[in-house]
Design a protein around this ligand. Structure first.
Ligand code: SAH
Length: 454
């Protein structure tokens, strides 16, 4: 097969990463923006050993699972890669991706994977959005999302993933940039100031935080930004406006330093009857109503009786820890981001929870120390970032030998790799429950239960 070749194909499935999968002359070809049962003419763009990548040149027969009109820019925007597929089909696709990962990477046959737990809302569910600034086709200042695998801007229209309020905050910020003549950051030259607008909404309290990130020591006329943002009509109350100084030439969303321009340096949300304080740098799940389901699923897998010690590795602001605290004797949370661990301690205090303690540090250094000290949790919950758990953390878990490991994963591939490791060291994979936190995208969250072999 050669680059530039054309083929007539039927899309068979969707792979991790969101591309449709088909076969041409026995070779697997990945085609983005397609749907199972699409019949299409494709062009081969790239051939690697063992697989190829193509694009649709003509959709000959659209799959019955396709939907239209979800979003006018979904074919160009890198934000949603499954927006063209009906929500019900997305759920079966996600389950299959988990099954495939557990089988291919984890080596599990007949992997125990439940149906995907649907999100209470399949649109307007995101409580956090980050918009890079750039220019639209006419050269006007704009904010939006990047096109797939690129940094070219797709200006925001009204994104169906977030609340309508968010585009109004963005418009206010753009007005401010225009009126103050603030320059735009250029990634290539590392010159210019305004980089991104970060917006976080708390559904439970209706509080909002807006952060302007810029490659600058100070913002010009910050009071004008505050005035413009505060005058945005919104069901949310802006309780935190920050300037984030982001002077490094990296891709991180935020620089290290925040300056409060208005209100506080955190917002609060209510989840499962608990009140959580969330700083800009702290991780917080982006789909609040489904987060409650995710944590309740994790807790139902832990099946606590009130006598257990629970270790919550990668605990963020202590959400899972504090959900678990009411059902356990003792909870220990471990997290690497200082503001998150500070939030976790405050959150325990403010919710009057006395049996939870929090330790700042990486799971791979703290878990071995806890094991060394003789801590033997009954349940260890882990919720690592996409790269999965560090081998040192897994070894410490094995040493602490809990009856149950509840693995909350945002990446089926690393879940499969880590579950395989645990299962080679005395555990069995009992159950996994894909939980859709990210409708219209190929991102997949999954709760898995591993139990120690008797
Ligand atoms: N359970 C929390 C957070 C999950 S996200 C929740 O549901 O909100 C993963 C968390 O792991 C983030 O807070 C991130 O800051 C943290 N983290 C990343 N690498 C880590 C490491 N090596 N050790 C400990 N925590 C880490």
């Amino acid at each position: 097969m050669e680059k530039g070749a054309r083929a007539l194909v039927t899309i068979e499935s969707v792979a991790a990463g969101g591309s449709g999968v088909c076969h041409v002359d026995g070779m697997t070809v990945f085609v983005p923006q397609t749907c199972p049962e699409d019949q299409a003419e494709i062009r081969i763009d790239r051939v690697k050993s063992g697989c190829a990548f193509g694009t649709v040149t003509k959709l000959l027969e659209a799959s019955p699972f396709r939907r239209i009109d979800f979003c006018p820019v979904s074919d160009r925007c890198g934000g949603c890669d499954l927006a063209h597929i009906s929500y019900e089909k997305q759920l079966t696709i996600k389950r299959q991706i988990v099954v495939d990962a557990l089988e291919r990477i984890g080596g599990f046959t007949d992997a125990p994977v439940c149906e995907t737990l649907a999100s209470p809302r399949s649109m307007r569910y995101r409580n956090k959005m980050v918009f890079p600034f750039g220019r639209d086709a006419d050269g006007a200042l704009a904010g939006g999302f990047y096109a797939p695998s690129s940094h070219s801007l797709v200006p925001l229209t009204d994104c169906k993933q977030g609340d309508e309020t968010v585009s109004r905050y963005l418009a206010a910020a753009i007005e401010y940039l225009q009126e103050t003549g603030t320059s735009l950051y250029d990634e290539l030259t590392h010159r210019g100031a305004a980089r991104r607008l970060f917006v976080r909404l708390a559904e439970g309290t209706k509080e909002a935080m807006v952060v302007m990130t810029a490659n600058a020591k100070k913002l010009k006329q910050p009071e004008l930004l505050v005035e413009k943002l505060l005058s945005v009509p919104s069901p949310y109350t802006l309780t935190s406006i920050l300037f984030n100084r982001h002077t490094k030439a990296d891709n991180l969303l935020l620089g290290k330093e925040n300056k409060v321009l208005y209100g506080r340096d955190y917002i609060e949300d209510i989840l499962g009857g608990l009140r959580f304080r969330i700083a800009a740098h702290s991780f917080y799940q982006i789909n609040a109503p489904q987060t409650e389901n995710l944590y309740n699923t994790a807790l139902s897998l832990a099946d606590l009786s009130g006598h257990e010690t629970v270790l919550d590795l990668y605990c963020g602001i202590g959400t899972i820890s504090l959900f678990a605290a009411g059902q356990a004797k003792r909870v220990i949370g471990v997290e690497i981001v200082p503001s998150a661990i500070e939030n976790a301690k405050e959150n325990a205090m403010r919710n009057n929870i006395k049996n939870a303690e929090f330790i700042l540090g990486s799971a791979e250094t703290i878990a071995p120390q806890l094991a060394e000290k003789g801590i033997r949790p009954d349940v260890i919950c882990i919720d690592p970032p996409r790269k999965g758990a560090d081998a040192m953390a897994l070894d410490a878990i094995i040493k602490m030998a809990p009856e149950k490991v509840v693995y909350v994963s945002c990446n089926p591939a690393t879940l499969a790799r880590d579950a395989k490791y645990l299962c080679a060291n005395g555990y069995s994979l009992i159950k996994s429950i894909p939980t859709d936190m990210f409708p219209n995208t190929s991102h997949i969250e999954c709760c898995a239960l591993l139990c120690r072999n008797r």
